[in-house]
Design a protein around this ligand. Structure first.
Ligand code: COI
Length: 356
């Protein structure tokens, strides 16, 4: 999958910076963007003109296929700064492989690996001041691909844009989440695109999530589309359950995203000797464990949120509260992850990737 290209990257540097207008301690997720972005077009059967330019609007025809058929995929990554000013990404090769896997499912041509990494290096060479030191500060990296062909026939586009934009962020969620187990709506189906970071997967969650919010919940725990009996994901995150001292999470499938944070947590748990079971988890099992006092934690995992603990879940109009623990796995995993990400601890897995 590592396509290679020989043309070099063009760089148009911004003459000004917006960095002084940013309050880095009070950011609303995904609303501020750094000075530069990466853009590369696919046309005439090849990716061409990779360019870094000032962040700004695009000019695209209203007939571009992305607007009509949602032919679009994206990724989420983060950059962290250590105390000496080094800037690190976390397992970026995983995201590179996954965007191409998502693209393949959406009939989008794969992007070359060397351009992806060259773009990331150059973007951070230019915009490294936007990555602030300290817990809670990071830059969210959003690579994405959109279908740009000027044509509304329902067939794969012949033209695309691959872009990377960077957004300084603080923590995604503050506090614990109240979640509702899905009994009617579904996020993904067998043979569908649930495993991909397809833009439409997220749009389809907005309406049921709004209904959950009206009832006082933050997110939905998605269940399988056929029976609504097994637990699959939480909002835009993978989901973990701690039953007694065992960590349980559903296996990835064509309905479940192969989360980078998810697989990193499983590796950390195995490394520090916490028992992990990757298997089907049923709603019934979780409800029964909660009634017996054996369900000690639920948390979501994802790039944006890292780890998000759940305080309560609802199922069939009953609320099940989770105990408040000082020795939670969620806190321990978050610390282990952040210490690796911010270059504060050893990296036994070789996950850190320095760009500056
Ligand atoms: C991520 O964690 O990167 C996500 O995909 C969440 C995003 C939809 C904000």
């Amino acid at each position: 999958m590592s396509l290679t290209q020989s043309h070099s990257l063009k760089i148009e540097k911004s003459n000004t910076t917006r960095i002084d207008q940013v309050d880095f301690d009070n950011l609303t997720f995904g609303t501020m963007f750094t000075d530069h972005m990466f853009e590369c077009d696919f046309k005439d059967g090849t990716w061409q003109n990779p360019t870094i330019k000032p962040y700004g609007p695009l000019s695209i025809y209203p007939s571009a296929k992305v607007f009509h058929y949602g032919q679009a995929v994206f990724e989420g990554m983060k950059a962290y700064k250590d105390e000496s000013g080094g800037v690190f990404l976390f397992r970026p090769l995983e995201n590179f492989h996954r965007i191409n896997k998502s693209s393949a499912r959406l009939a989008i041509p794969e992007f070359p690996q060397d351009w992806f990494f060259e773009a990331l290096h150059k973007l951070f060479e230019l915009d490294h001041d936007w990555v602030k030191k300290g817990d809670g500060h990071s830059v969210y990296i959003r690579p994405f691909v959109i279908a740009t062909e000027n044509c509304v026939s329902a067939s794969p586009s012949t033209q695309y844009k691959f872009m990377i934009i960077l957004s300084p962020v603080n923590a995604y969620y503050s506090g614990k989440l109240k979640v509702m187990i899905a009994e009617k709506y579904s996020r993904a189906a067998n043979g569908g695109v649930g495993f991909a970071k397809a833009a439409g997967n997220y749009a389809a969650q907005f309406y049921p999530t709004n209904l959950a919010k009206e009832k006082g919940f933050h997110q939905i725990i998605w269940t399988d589309a056929n029976t609504h009996e097994s637990l699959e994901e939480a909002g835009t995150m993978n989901v973990f359950f701690r039953i007694n001292n065992t960590l349980v999470t559903a296996p990835t499938s064509d309905r479940i995203l192969d989360g980078v944070t998810r697989k990193s947590l499983i590796a950390i748990a195995e490394h520090i000797g916490i028992p992990v079971e990757v298997r089907k988890v049923t709603v019934n099992e979780i409800v029964e464990a909660s009634k017996k006092g054996e369900l000690l934690e639920i948390f979501g995992s994802g790039t944006a949120a890292v780890i998000s603990p759940v305080s309560a879940f609802s199922y069939q109009d009953t609320i099940y509260e989770l105990p408040d623990r000082t020795d939670s796995y969620a806190t321990r995993f978050k610390k282990e992850m952040l210490d690796i990400q911010y270059n504060r601890s050893a990296d036994p897995f070789g996950w850190r990737y320095q760009v500056v």
